[in-house]
Design a protein around this ligand. Structure first.
Ligand code: KIV
Ligand code: ZN
Length: 496
């Protein structure tokens, strides 16, 4: 097996996305999780770009032990000095310096010549080498750089001491065959004894993963990736896709150091810290990535997972039941879910529930366990332990949002008020003031059944309490009321 190095740039290229910025504490948390995931290199930032970035590289260098910590620079001496300073505490360190090599960059960005760019590239690598042994060079816009010139640049920086040469498809322009051929051309025409090639692909045409894999098949031994594929514009190559493609295709004889069971939890963490939802149909980590909704597929998966599944969800840290019940689900899938929910039904009862299920599925896309429990009339008593007696909310623009809530807890009456950044926030805070439990709302989904302003809003909520996840849901024409009811529904599952 040959080793493929995983270079994670979630904290540098990924973090360049507007609105996704993390503070230093959050970055340290992410870096520690990347270390647990098993990445080889963490690109921790671009130290000259801001004091915040500088500080993050310093703190991540202190916090992380095993992976190499990498800092980005331009081919500019001051950048390199600042990067070296920021990497002071790193146990293993790398400077990632580089310059644009395509005609577009040489002409419009630098108003320079091909020869001058090679000189600047060599000078940057030699200067960086004074501070750090491990130097990676990036030939920005290599995707649109002609291969012959690119090979000259790559050879020159390797001769100057670069240990890794990054071939970025900066604009996400290349086709997989083209990118693969570029890597092959370099492998065939450059003396690679003392260095390896790295892929760095962008997703502008949706080909980042395919391009990275083609790069690997043609000899690249490092891939630059981000968790969830986040990154500027359409994003970068996603870590989970490359890692799972390599893992699924054993015949490639390539391995990574990634502990794949940590992929999903880290994906969730990045998504919530960066306020960047993962599209439901995203490969590997999307909500629907392992959700079989057609009746035929569900039937097959229930008989044997391998019929329609190439990856065991547990391998990427997903423990949930993979079957999503929708209007297309058959009786077998419904019966299976009822069994999982420990509800025994005979055939006549199953027919009844199935009819009601189809009725509901016509109105609502995905049917949750909660819906099934209600359809099967199995609402347990403890779900009614806490009842919402009343809810009064004052909200609007230019005034404070205030909520007054009355709860009945096992026959006893409680009241509380709270303010919040919106009516839902105020109302949930008021409930929290009564129940006094530390809960975190992990997911909060408001869904309309039909259309129009008089529609019923369905609220699905996922709460975390003492390390466990609890689900709540409700439907109401008033979405603030539905939200509070869903919250109360969820807390009923653990407040005894
Ligand atoms: O996309 C790119 O070219 C980059 C380089 C700075 C490595 O992110
Ligand atoms: Zn990039």
């Amino acid at each position: 097996m040959e080793k493929l190095f995983i270079f994670d740039t979630t904290l540098r290229d990924g973090e360049q996305v507007p609105g996704c910025q993390l503070n230093t504490i959050e970055k340290i948390e992410v870096a520690k999780n990347l270390e647990l995931l098993g990445v080889d290199v963490i690109e921790a930032g671009f130290p000259i770009s801001s004091p915040g970035d500088f500080n993050s590289v310093v703190e991540i260098s202190k916090a992380v032990t095993w992976p190499t910590i990498c800092a980005l620079t331009r081919a500019v001496e001051k950048d390199i000095e600042v990067a070296a300073e920021a990497l002071k505490y790193a146990k293993k360190k790398r400077i990632h310096t580089g310059i644009g090599t395509s005609e577009y960059h040489i002409k419009y960005k630098f108003n320079s010549t091909k020869e001058e760019i090679i000189e600047r590239a060599i000078a940057a690598v030699k200067y960086a080498k004074r501070f750090v042994e491990d130097i990676e060079f990036y030939a920005e816009d290599a995707g649109r750089t002609d291969n012959e010139y690119l090979a000259r640049v790559v050879q020159a920086v390797i001769n100057a001491g670069a240990t890794v040469v990054n071939i970025p498809d900066t604009t996400g322009y290349c086709l997989p065959t083209e990118y693969g051929a570029k890597i092959k051309y370099l492998i065939d025409n450059v003396d690679m004894k003392n260095a390896i090639l790295s892929t760095h692909c962008h997703q502008d045409l949706g080909m980042a993963t395919a391009n990275s894999i083609m790069g690997v098949l043609n000899g690249a031994r490092q891939v630059e990736v981000t968790v969830n594929g986040i990154g500027e514009r359409a994003g970068n190559t996603s870590l989970e896709e490359v890692v799972m493609a390599i893992k699924s295709h054993k015949e490639l004889n390539i391995e990574t150091n990634i502990n794949t069971q940590r992929i999903y939890p880290l994906s969730r963490m990045i998504s919530s810290l960066m306020n960047m939802p993962v599209q439901p149909n995203k490969a590997i980590v999307g909500r629907n990535a392992f959700a079989h909704s057609s009746g035929i597929h569900q039937d097959g998966v229930l008989k044997n997972l391998s019929t329609y599944e190439i990856i065991d969800p547990k391998d990427v840290g997903i423990d949930d039941n993979a079957i999503v019940l929708t209007a297309r689900s058959g009786r077998a899938a419904l019966k299976n879910r009822l069994n999982l929910l420990k509800i025994d039904v005979n055939d006549i009862q199953l027919d009844e529930i199935y009819k009601r299920f189809l009725d509901l599925a016509d109105k609502k896309k995905d049917i949750t366990d909660e819906d099934i429990l209600i359809l099967a009339g199995k609402e347990t008593d403890k779900m009614h332990h806490i009842k919402l007696e009343y809810l009064q909310v004052t909200s609007g623009i230019g005034i404070r949002n205030i909520a007054n809530v009355g709860l009945d807890i096992a026959g006893e009456k409680f009241e509380a008020s709270a303010t919040g950044n919106g009516p839902v926030d105020a109302a949930i805070k008021a409930v929290k003031n009564i129940i006094k439990r530390q809960t975190t709302i992990q997911e909060f989904l408001i869904q309309a059944i039909n259309k129009g302003s008089d529609d019923v809003g369905k609220v699905h909520m996922q709460l975390e309490y003492e390390g466990q996840t609890y689900y709540g849901f409700s439907a109401n024409t008033d979405i603030v009321a539905a939200s509070v009811e869903a919250y109360v529904n969820a807390i009923n599952k653990f407040v005894k």
